[in-house]
Design a protein around this ligand. Structure first.
Ligand SMILES: Cc1cc2nc3c(=O)[nH]c(=O)nc-3n(C[C@H](O)[C@H](O)[C@H](O)COP(=O)(O)OP(=O)(O)OC[C@H]3O[C@@H](n4cnc5c(N)ncnc54)[C@H](O)[C@@H]3O)c2cc1C
Length: 146
């Protein structure tokens, strides 16, 4: 099996919201990051696509302005019955709507801008032996991290 020794501080498996935001956060702390994502960007994801305003300060820390990406502010909740009756309530904290297609791609671009290396591959096994991590991917490489 082909083995590749990699020299990164961190390997992240999965480039969704958690993996991408962690990669950007760690890169801002000057850590070198390899992110392994099985799909390519941009990619669709089943999601309600509502995000609470609580996360805006964190997105700001990640240098991501979702409103420049087309996010729409949401401050009202409305529930409709099957007969069309509506129940409405204000959302005091509020949030915004943005497609995952757009958000994940913007986070991936920001990660790349911050020198995160994104490898399009599927992680199949992760081992920790003798103080060393190894990640086996579908393309039969073993990436090692001391
Ligand atoms: C139907 C539905 C609606 C939702 N609506 C909302 C909502 O409106 N608002 C909200 O805030 N949250 C919503 N969520 C929750 C939200 O989608 C998750 O909290 C969020 O996606 C979790 O992020 P994550 O990075 O942990 O996982 P994901 O976003 O799922 O990312 C995981 C990533 O890992 C990759 N991956 C998986 N296995 C491997 C592997 N072996 N090797 C390499 N890559 C791999 C996948 O391709 C994927 O890109 C919803 C979830 C569902 C299912």
């Amino acid at each position: 099996m082909n083995t590749t020794q990699v020299n990164f501080d961190v390997i992240i498996v999965g480039g969704g919201l958690a993996g991408l935001s962690s990669a950007i956060h760690l890169s801002k702390a000057k850590l070198s990051v390899l992110l392994i994502e099985k799909n390519s960007y941009p990619k669709h994801k089943v999601c309600g696509e509502y995000i609470s305003n609580e996360v805006l300060p964190y997105l700001d820390f990640l240098d991501l302005d979702v409103f420049k990406l087309g996010a729409k502010k949401i401050n009202k909740f409305q529930l409709s019955t099957t007969k069309g009756k509506l129940i409405s309530a204000p959302l005091p904290l509020g949030g915004f709507g943005i497609s995952r297609f757009c958000l994940d791609e913007a986070l991936a671009n920001k990660a790349i801008e911050n020198a995160v290396v994104i490898l399009q591959d599927s992680a199949e096994d992760i081992q920790f032996l003798n103080d060393e991590f190894s990640v086996e991917t579908k393309k039969t490489r073993v990436l090692r991290l001391e």
